[in-house]
Unconditional design. Sequence first.
Length: 272
Amino acid sequence: ESATAFGCLMSDMWLGEFDYVSPEAFHSVFGKRYPAFSRRSQHDAQEFLICVLDDLHEAFKEVRAQLQERQSPAVGASTRSSSGTSIITHLFEGQLSYGIRCLTCKALSDRPENFTVLSLPIPSTSVCSLQDCLECFFQPDTLTRNNQIHCYWCGSNQDATVKASITKAPQIIIFHLKRFAWQDKHRIKLSTTVCYPFSNLDLSPYISTSCPNSTEYSLCAVVNHAGDLDYGHYTAFCKHSVTKHWYSFDDAQVTKIPDSAVQADTAYLLFY
């Protein structure tokens, strides 16, 4: 089971008995459940991350239901499984709400959507900030022509505006910088320098007033991608939760790095 293999990997890492720990056993078990990730070819870190989180969520949700059944055997199975929560949803799951307003009758409707990773567009080809990416993601959009909505009140398709806001902010929010894009029918990688804050990331401009969670975040990890579309290499920067020191994870090389080295042009996933 991949959740058990993941637990063993975490245990080996935190015991500190080795200079480095290989995730080979976890990768092997996970690859059997998801053959697409079993091959030694290039894969996207964001796609892999979402798949791992989903798999761990399902496993932990099942364990939680079994524990509840032992504690309260009289509770029906449908009641136990209906919550659908786990430590994964508790830590990583947030919720967006898309406010859709019909431009004809001005009626407003909301469409909620859960997320574990926010994929942010990069609005520049040279230099921009994480706030620029967030502004681009959360800016209002107009739906016209083939993208019209069907308005319940008008009884027909109508132009509309749509604006997203965060109605539930997760404890750990993950940003995916969309470095792989289409340009003139060709797929390219954007090497834009995205400047991201290490602390005091304020998400309040994008969060609904009804959201009770804290809106300020601090950076705790970065996944980097060096290379191009066909060949690349992933590394990670992680902040130790106790010492607050940053470490670089590059295959078998685990080294302590200065804070200044954490700001990198290769950043692909940001964990706050």
